[in-house]
Design a protein around this ligand. Structure first.
Ligand code: NAD
Length: 510
């Protein structure tokens, strides 16, 4: 969805928002109050557009996490017993205010992350929609099942698990945070949020907005800081009952180890290297548009991106030529310019990683098309043109590793069995896409792909009641619909005898 605001309008709103963050270090929000780190430590936040200094951010550690977890613990009794209808009302208020501020949130996200306005304007609105969707389910969240026998009535109820930790990445930080935080709050949990250190601003805006909308202090707390300090302490804190994490697979492993001593329940949404299979009977024009969209939108910094395209060998040459032509027409530009599709990459370290795959591809013998530094970028900006690798094999690093940038690897396949085998020959299993006009093959292949989500003849189109999540190294658990509530709540079974059923007598006849 294209933004309706001009570049000048976006720039004006961005400078007002950023002025707030430049004046004083961005604080944590604990128990409803902005507070500095106990240690007084801060770190600098810079923009990927031109390397400009955006402001300091408080660097939290174990002491700040402890203060936030205590606030979440103290707020839990009241919030978890607040009637679901009242939680619903407050969370709809949050959504109303987020919609009012969607433009401010979107431009801030663009400057902080490098994502373009074309996609961020929709992401901010989708954040509000997440709040509405889960708010509507708050009144029935505790409902259970009736499972009677002739002698007993068994019924289940659900109860919020307690204070939870939410740890989020930098790729679309605002939208992803709402995707985790909204169902947690709707369930009756209280939250400590540790946002990604490379994109801290909109997490503050979310918590600030929620407070203004009437969310009681202590129900949503934010602690900024590094993963190895603030994030680690959150995963180890005994008052935090569960961790909802979105990020890299290797970080997920660390979190599972860190949370072992306190037996944390975990929900992981991790990396992906998702295949899109294009059979020779596919609607080629629609497949081309979908393949391009699913790798070059959101800077390719998208967990469900179709970063491996598997193309039937009979159409491989023409399909990759058309891909290259279309790719070259994608506008790279300033994130606040409504005509830009690809913006700068989040951080110098990530930019270097993405660019390094040009040499890796060449060394492995693939053909590299574009992916060069963008010529008109500001001096310290991390801008790159979209990249395409052809003549690739699935055992190459460009096919096996998550690059997480605007980079597509095109691999030919011989037949259906070959396509399925290549698609599944990967440590990840988040999403799979397939294009064919043969309906029986569509179902057959969809059933064989090792992934949590499959789209047939479609790009990723989310429907909030459906399950979202991955298999293999791509995750543990599912979000969306009632799956989210199952994670943030404990199910209890209550069994009541209906009469004089038999009770075994073990102590003789007296
Ligand atoms: P990351 O794992 O480096 O960081 C994510 C968060 O974890 C950050 O807030 C970070 O500070 C924190 N963290 C780091 N080390 C930690 C530790 N030891 N303990 C606790 N917290 C720690 O990920 P990233 O680079 O920010 O994000 C990109 C990754 O996220 C990609 O792999 C992408 O596929 C994945 N992602 C997955 C989904 C999904 O739904 N599956 C969605 C978006 C992004």
């Amino acid at each position: 969805m294209a933004s309706t605001h001009t570049f000048d309008e976006n720039t004006a709103v961005a400078s007002t928002q950023l002025a707030r963050f430049a004046d004083a270090p961005l604080p944590h929000l604990i128990d409803g109050k902005p507070v500095p780190s106990a240690s007084g430590e801060t770190f600098a936040n810079t923009s990927p557009i031109d390397g400009a200094y955006l402001g300091d951010v408080c660097a939290g550690d174990a002491a700040d996490i402890d203060a936030a977890a205590t606030a979440a613990h103290d707020a839990f009794a009241a919030w978890s017993t607040t009637p679901g209808t009242e939680r619903k009302r407050i969370l709809h208020n949050v959504a109303d205010l987020l919609e009012e501020r969607a433009h401010e949130i979107a431009v801030t996200e663009c400057v902080d992350t490098g994502q373009t306005m074309r996609f961020m304007s929709a992401a901010a609105v989708r954040g509000a929609a997440n709040f509405r969707f889960f708010a509507d389910q708050a009144p029935s969240a505790a409902d259970g099942q009736s499972l009677p026998t002739p002698d007993h009535i068994n019924y289940t109820t659900r109860h919020a698990i307690g204070p939870v930790g939410v740890i989020t990445p930098w790729n679309t930080p605002f939208m992803l945070s709402t995707w985790k935080i909204a169902p947690a709050l709707a369930s009756g949990c209280t939250v400590v949020h540790k946002p990604a250190e490379w994109s801290p601003f909109t997490a503050h805006m979310l918590a600030e907005t929620a407070l203004e909308a009437g969310l009681p202090p202590g129900v949503l707390n934010v602690v900024h800081g590094m993963g190895e300090t603030a994030g680690k302490s959150l995963t180890e804190h005994p008052d935090i009952k569960a961790i909802a994490f979105v990020g890299e697979s290797s970080t997920g492993s660390m979190i599972q180890k860190q949370g072992a001593d306190t037996l944390k329940r975990v929900h992981f949404e991790l990396g992906g290297k998702n295949p899109v299979i294009v059979f020779d009977d596919a609607d080629i024009e629609r497949a081309l548009d979908a393949v391009i969209f699913m790798i070059y939108s959101l800077n390719g910094e998208r967990c469900t991106s179709s970063s491996r395209v598997l193309i039937h060998e009979s159409i491989y040459e023409t399909f990759t030529q058309r891909l290259a032509e279309k790719m070259k027409g994608i506008p790279v530009g300033h994130p606040l310019d409504p005509s830009s599709v690809i913006g700068p990459l989040i951080h110098q370290r990530h930019y270097d990683k993405v660019c390094s795959y040009r040499e890796i591809a060449e060394a492995d013998g693939a053909t590299v098309i574009d992916g060069t530094p963008y010529a008109d970028a500001p001096e310290d900006g991390q801008w790159v043109t979209p990249m395409l690798f052809t003549n690739a094999r699935n055992d190459m690093r460009i096919a096996q590793e998550e690059i997480f940038g605007p980079v597509l690897t095109a691999i030919p396949f011989a037949d259906e069995a070959d396509a399925v085998s290549i698609a599944n020959d990967i440590p990840y299993g988040l999403a799979g896409y397939l294009w064919t006009s043969d309906v029986t093959r569509a179902h057959r292949v969809a059933g064989r792909l090792e992934a949590g989500m499959i789209w047939v003849n479609s790009q990723n189109v989310r429907h909030l009641p459906t399950p979202f999540g991955g298999t293999k190294a791509s995750g543990i658990g599912r979000d969306g619909g009632d799956w989210s509530f199952d994670f943030y709540m404990e199910t209890k079974n209550i069994s009541v005898a209906l009469g004089d059923h038999n009770i075994p007598k073990l102590g003789g006849n007296s």
